[in-house]
Ligand binder design. Structure first.
Ligand code: HEC
Length: 210
């Protein structure tokens, strides 16, 4: 669904520790300034890329269900072989593609503090009955590391997704068993069709200034 134009927020700087990092690095993040051309460029290219990734995610689910079957699809999903696009000289380079949510199945998808800020902003707009921003652009800084620019885009649950993300009692026993085996800490069930599921995020590094 096409919604309103990309809305990029400008607000304060947050500081937090990276929950998943074995050697926690200080992480500083802020919403990108929407009046900056860089922000517009990242929002545009992030949105295009995330739309493609979202399309691949849905197509892969359909293909897996049609060929492998539901149970066999569990350990193979999602997009395990997806790599960032090849870098183009002089253009922002995609360094990472991730999916995250308040409720994750795979621990490695758990949100860090900067992801949480994006999730919270989207949840707040949904709770107040507004359309969430189409994309969010965020600047993340760590000591002695290149600045990371993140683009987030909310994704929702389609009817197909409920086969593995719906209420536990509604899952086929084979799926429930496979989820218990591979994902004993699974929190990504109990969704209904068209619920907000989480975000797809792409991270960029800007080219060096000449
Ligand atoms: C056959 C089962 C199956 C179906 C159907 C399925 N998923 Fe998943 N989903 C998984 C598994 C397994 C994981 C954990 C592995 C991973 O991250 O890819 C997962 C993880 C995710 C994640 C990452 C966050 C997390 O919980 O770890 C998102 C987002 C997601 N699914 C969205 C969807 C959407 C949207 C659909 C429908 C288009 C869908 N899924 C359909 C099995 C499924």
């Amino acid at each position: 669904m096409k919604t309103m134009l990309c809305l990029v927020m400008a607000c304060g700087v947050g500081t937090a520790l990276l929950a998943q990092d074995p050697q926690p690095a200080e992480l500083k993040f802020s919403w990108a300034d929407e009046s900056e051309p860089t922000t517009t460029e990242l929002a545009r290219s992030g949105e295009r890329l995330i739309d493609r990734i979202g399309g691949s995610l849905m197509m892969e689910v359909e293909r897996m269900l049609g060929t492998k079957g539901l149970e066999a699809a569990v350990p193979e999903l999602h997009l395990k072989y997806l790599n960032p696009p090849r870098p183009v000289e002089g253009r922002p380079r995609v360094t990472e593609i991730r999916r995250t949510s308040f409720r994750v199945r795979e621990r490695r998808n758990a949100p860090d503090a900067a992801d949480l800020a994006a999730l919270e902003l989207i949840r707040a707009s949904l709770n107040s009955g507004e359309q969430p921003p189409k994309v969010l652009v965020q600047k993340v800084e760590r000591p002695r590391a290149a600045t990371e620019w993140r683009v987030y885009r909310p994704i929702s649950v389609g009817p197909n997704c409920l086969l593995c993300h719906g209420p536990v009692e509604s899952l086929q026993p084979a799926v429930r068993n496979a989820l218990e085996r591979y994902y004993p800490e699974d929190k990504a069930t109990e969704y209904s069709a068209y619920d907000w599921r989480g975000v797809i995020r792409v991270s960029y590094e800007l080219p060096e200034k000449p």
